[in-house]
Design a protein around this ligand. Sequence first.
Ligand SMILES: C[S@@+](CC[C@H](N)C(=O)[O-])C[C@H]1O[C@@H](n2cnc3c(N)ncnc32)[C@H](O)[C@@H]1O
Length: 381
Amino acid sequence: MSLTEKATIARTTTNGHHQQHHRKMVISEEESPQQFALRIKNMVTNGLQALAISVAARHGVFEVMKSPKTSYEIAQEAGLKERYVRELLHSFVVSRIVEMNPDKNTYHIAPQHLPFLTGKHSLAGMTCLVPMLCEGYSQVNECFKIDGPSGVSYDQYPGFQEFMDHMSNMMHNQTLLSDFVPSVDGLEKRLESGISVLDIGCGRARAPLILAQRFPHSNFYGIDISVDAVATAQKEASRKGLKNTTFLVKDAASLPSEWSEKFDFVTAFDCIHDQAEPEAVLRESKRVLKSDGVFSMLELAVSSHPWKNIGNPRALDGYVISMFHCMPVSLYMEGKGLGTMWGKENILETLSQIGFRDVKVHKCKDMFNFHYVCRKEINEI
Ligand SMILES: C[S@@+](CC[C@H](N)C(=O)[O-])C[C@H]1O[C@@H](n2cnc3c(N)ncnc32)[C@H](O)[C@@H]1O
């Protein structure tokens, strides 16, 4: 049964002020106290299962389980200790991720589940998010205290760039060429003929690397403040034999003055909300665009208002990821701390304040993001 009630909601604006709103809030289902208690217990169980899957993903356990095997065979093939592997497998047996034949003492993954746990599109690596966020757990707890630090530095998350690269690789391989590129009018043709592209906050540069391989007549620049990420991107470009990429360590809030009007297309994949100075980065992105240039930005497909996000599974992930990583890394640099859940309403307001024109919002096929496509000026491309 649906229950509609009047509620007072405290809204926090981007500059940290609170506004009181009287509005109708829909609480979707009436829930008994027992159901609520069970839901909390299940959250703990799900968190624990995610931790166990992350260990299996990290050590390639699922990859050696394409046929029924004993724990000894699995451990040997993965190069691990049998006792640990057996405990892990038993956690998977009770959570029905793995099936066990008690007569033969063998374990296997049901064939219909294999594509989700192994290979290029495996979802198992996503669970590494939980331990990666926990790298900053104690420090984030300190940040909550009135006299605690303002944020946590990127250095405190040594697994971050690798995890981000895993996620970007999975997402961009599925949708960059088939969904992202076609959603910008005329882009594919321009990339074919040869244009200059800049990716800001590129990390290990999965997106520019895929685009550079597909569009050899275009030139792709990527910049990031992470020395490690840029070095890894450069190595990957050499490994692929790409001659049309340049990866540089640079601050996106202060791009080289000689880059004014240098680029036809500027991209920002999942990085504006992390910035210490997001408005400065957006202004710089606009400055380095040619007058007929296009700016594309991917940000989580959520509203800026929590009550509008109820029932959106991305939103629950987003607030927690934000609290444990995106917000503290920005606040550490005395930044704005927008957080992952910046959201559509605030994004549209900011893009308009910066002076971007003709802003269009596409729901990405990846199910995670909105693609904001804007122009520097209103010209036909
Ligand atoms: C969430 S990651 C996204 C990485 C990449 N775009 C992707 O989708 O895989 C955000 C990136 O922004 C970078 N970053 C943060 N502040 C920056 C700044 N001021 N200038 C350039 N890069 C920055 C971080 O180092 C990090 O690699």
